[in-house]
Design a protein around this ligand. Structure first.
Ligand SMILES: Cc1cc2nc3c(=O)[nH]c(=O)nc-3n(C[C@H](O)[C@H](O)[C@H](O)COP(=O)(O)O)c2cc1C
Length: 375
């Protein structure tokens, strides 16, 4: 309610500026305490355990699935906390998990500003950030300092802009190695539209070679550190054809990847005549214009994978209905980004409450029963 009043004022300023200011407010532990009281929400029907699905792939998975329990299915999507600065802060907004990154080996500035734009009529965002982040070493320090875990932490990894695509594999490997012990899962980002040629890593042979290398590294590190291998996810673009999605499912299953994150932002600006109005240029579009397409991709991947992979659904969710639709299409967990900007800090609680009501309406005692119920 308060946010609906504040929003016009906040929206007078550039989006990146507001982003930085509002989140530095969360440094205040007293404010965090009150926000937690206001916004954290839990109910047994919202608890998600992924072991069932992970067990299918690997008999040792009892161990592997440790840490893959979620108090609620709503997570903060990658890109919001690129360098792990908000690790100890986002839980107070009620999130069930968070994904930091995209983290690259070397720090990088990203593209010149302005690079993040609001499309208010559509309640959408357009960004061409270009993986601005502090680099894996700085992120590691933060992860080590803030070792107290309140919610599971995913780490989204990528390559530096200057690294030629033929050498990208080594960048991903380095970040996995450096941050291995700190991630509850790792998301392999091969789908951002703002790093030149990154999306070519989604091609069957190239992806196979990347995943083969990461699987090997994952197992080697696990052995070395006496830990279970980390669940690996591949984050995919919404702009792929059915044939390309088929290839991704085939390759990810071949390499025993835990799951897919569907989807990243879209480069297709034809939605709702945005291209005609928008003088904003290139970038990834997010929020409601992406919602239907992201859900369609989730449904398609779920059918193809036939329960052998976990799907994290992301793209345009702003209400409990939106999140439920993605769960029924096959997502086990949901992430949000743009909705948080437009709806404000109460969004996670609102979605969770509405989800609980929808589950009750449909006679489910837990959200896991609803996964893939409308494919
Ligand atoms: C400003 C901005 C930066 C983003 N940066 C990343 C990123 O670094 N890595 C990534 O995998 N996704 C990134 N994303 C994509 C989101 O994680 C998410 O897939 C997308 O925004 C769709 O969800 P939404 O409609 O709820 O925003 C970014 C999105 C936005 C709006």
């Amino acid at each position: 309610m308060v946010y609906q009043w504040l929003r016009p004022l906040l929206f007078l300023f550039p989006p990146e500026f507001i982003h930085e200011r509002t989140f530095s407010l969360l440094k205040n532990p007293v404010l965090r305490f009150f926000l937690s009281k206001m916004y954290r929400y839990s109910h047994p029907s919202l608890r998600v355990t992924l072991s069932g699905i992970i067990d299918l792939q690997d008999p040792r998975a009892k161990l592997k699935s440790r840490g893959m329990e979620f108090e609620n299915p709503i997570g903060l999507a990658a890109g919001f906390d690129k360098s792990g600065e908000l690790l100890d802060r986002v839980h107070c907004l009620g999130f069930g998990f968070t994904e930091i990154g995209t983290v690259t080996p070397q720090p990088q500035e990203g593209n010149p500003k302005p690079r993040l734009f609001r499309l208010r009529r559509e309640r959408a965002l357009l960004n061409r950030m270009g993986f601005n982040n502090d680099g894996m070493r700085e992120v590691k320090k933060r992860l080590a300092e803030k070792s107290q875990r309140r919610i599971p932490i995913g780490i989204n990894i990528g390559k530096n802009r200057e690294t030629p695509i033929e050498e990208a594999k080594e960048d991903y490997r380095q970040v996995l190695r450096e941050l291995f012990e700190y991630g509850d899962y790792f998301a392999i980002n091969v789908s951002s539209p703002n790093t030149p040629n990154l999306r070519t890593l989604q091609r069957k042979e190239i992806l196979g070679s990347l995943l083969g290398g990461l699987k090997e590294e994952n197992e080697r590190l696990a052995k070395e550190m006496g830990l279970p291998p980390k669940p690996l996810f591949v984050k995919v673009s919404p702009d792929l054809s059915r044939g390309e999605l088929d290839d991704i499912v085939e390759v990810t299953l071949k390499y025993g990847i835990t799951g897919l994150i569907a989807t990243n932002s879209t480069s297709n600006h034809s939605y709702q005549e945005i291209s005609e109005r928008s003088p904003l240029g290139k970038g990834g579009l997010t929020g409601p214009p992406l919602r239907e397409r992201a859900t369609e991709v989730i449904r398609y991947l779920y059918r193809k994978a036939q329960g052998r992979m976990v799907i994290i659904g992301v793209g345009g969710s702003a209400t409990g209905e939106d999140a439920y639709e993605k769960i029924q299409a096959g997502a086990s967990l949901i992430q949000i980004y743009t909705g948080l900007i437009y709806e404000g800090p109460s969004i996670v609680k609102k979605i969770n409450r509405e989800l609980k009501r929808l589950l009750e309406r449909d006679g489910y005692s837990n959200i896991c029963e609803a996964i893939g119920s409308k494919t």
